[in-house]
Design a binder for this molecule. Structure first.
Ligand code: MG
Length: 378
């Protein structure tokens, strides 16, 4: 229950806006710890281990998956939260849950499923993450979903179109989508998870990209944010090379980004004169990089986009993965298998989308192989 001293603008589990279904408190855990524990024990969380981050799960055992990515986001987020006086347990809960709604095969899977659902309300992984914790998990006798606190659910819903926000607000007035209609920011813990997500994937995609051989250390050294820390690493250790040079450069780059976020956020909070959480929500985005770091981080993101995410070997895998999702969708809408359960008010297409989104890469590949009699991957 103990937590380092909280800043005045931090979220406090003692003042949570509560759960959708009232429950008595837990004797030894605060409300955010309890959310974290529910997330860790969920089915969707275990499936993250076999879901693609950038590289398809079968391409190697040593690349990031959605699970290890989520753990790295939680580590970075907690580390920054502790220094800023934000609530670490809330940060951990949001970080571990933020990708629960991802389809198999990363963004290719989501784009394919969205295309299949175009006439039926679309598919968006952020909304799906909320749907997983609100409705799809079946663990508790008295309610669907995990019945998480408002603050955790709000942090999970990081983006939302106006149309989706209006639909969610109609179902839950004054709920987690209201901030999109009011133009308010979420808690600082939620803002931190967004930024920790970016810091984590920029760093681990450089690591996985170089180790996969799709990009070279020399190539990524041309990106200022990485290049300057590689130069620092070589200055301190002139004989360093290969993986140790890669890892040391990434370590220095991660530390610099963490310290930058801490300093820039402390300055933003002080400038805004924010004295409590309500003022913080009205002040807009306060957890941020300095302008210089933001520009450098954006340049690294562009580099990864052009050289890794658009690499022919990655896009070729993604094209095949889209085929798998599109084929399974058509097959299941036509002949729904027993696990496809239509919930009250949902279309058959939505039920199929929920089922496919819940699949791991390897399960989707195996059912597709069984159905088509051919493997799209070696
Ligand atoms: Mg993420």
């Amino acid at each position: 229950m103990t937590h380092p001293p909280l800043a005045a603008f931090a979220s406090d589990p003692a003042f949570t806006r509560g759960r959708r279904f009232a429950e008595p408190g837990a004797p030894t855990r605060n409300a955010f710890q309890r959310d974290r524990d529910r997330i860790v024990h969920s089915t969707a969380f275990r499936r993250l281990v076999y879901k693609t981050q950038v590289f398809l799960n079968h391409e190697g055992d040593l690349f990031r998956t959605r699970l290890t990515h989520s753990l790295e986001v939680a580590q970075l987020g907690r580390s920054i939260a502790r220094t800023l006086g934000l609530h670490e347990d809330l940060v951990e809960a949001i970080a571990l849950a933020h990708d629960l709604g991802h389809t198999p095969f990363g963004h290719a899977g989501q784009d394919a499923l969205h295309a299949c659902m175009r006439e039926h309300g679309g598919f968006e992984h952020n909304l799906q993450s909320l749907r997983v914790v609100d409705a799809l998990e079946e663990r508790y006798p008295a309610f669907d979903g995990l019945n998480l606190c408002f603050e955790t659910r709000e942090g999970i819903l990081k983006h939302c179109s106006r149309a989706h926000a209006e639909a969610l607000e109609a179902l839950e007035p004054g709920g987690v989508a209201q901030r999109f209609l009011l133009g308010h920011a979420p808690t600082l813990e939620a803002q931190l998870c967004n930024l920790a997500d970016e810091i984590a994937y920029n760093a681990h995609d450089v690591d996985d990209g170089v180790r996969s051989g799709l990009i070279t250390l020399e190539q990524v050294a041309t990106v200022p944010l990485f290049g300057r820390f590689m130069a620092d690493a070589l200055l301190a250790h002139p004989t360093l090379k290969g993986r140790r040079l890669l890892f040391e450069s990434i370590r220095l780059m991660l530390s610099a980004q963490v310290y930058d976020v801490i300093a820039a956020t402390q300055a933003a909070v002080a400038d805004a004169g924010v004295g409590n959480l309500t003022e913080a929500r009205q002040a807009g985005r306060l957890v941020r990089f300095s302008d210089d770091m933001l520009a450098q981080s954006s340049a690294l993101k562009r580099f990864l986009f052009q050289n890794l995410y658009r690499h022919p070997r990655v896009t070729d895998s993604m094209d095949r993965a889209s085929r798998v999702v599109t084929d399974l969708f058509a097959l299941y809408v036509d002949q729904p298998p027993p696990p496809v359960v239509r919930r009250e008010g949902d279309s058959m297409q939505r039920a199929v989308a929920d089922y496919i989104a819940g699949m791991t890469d390897r399960f989707a590949l195996s059912v597709h192989r069984e159905w088509s009699g051919q493997s799209l991957f070696e």
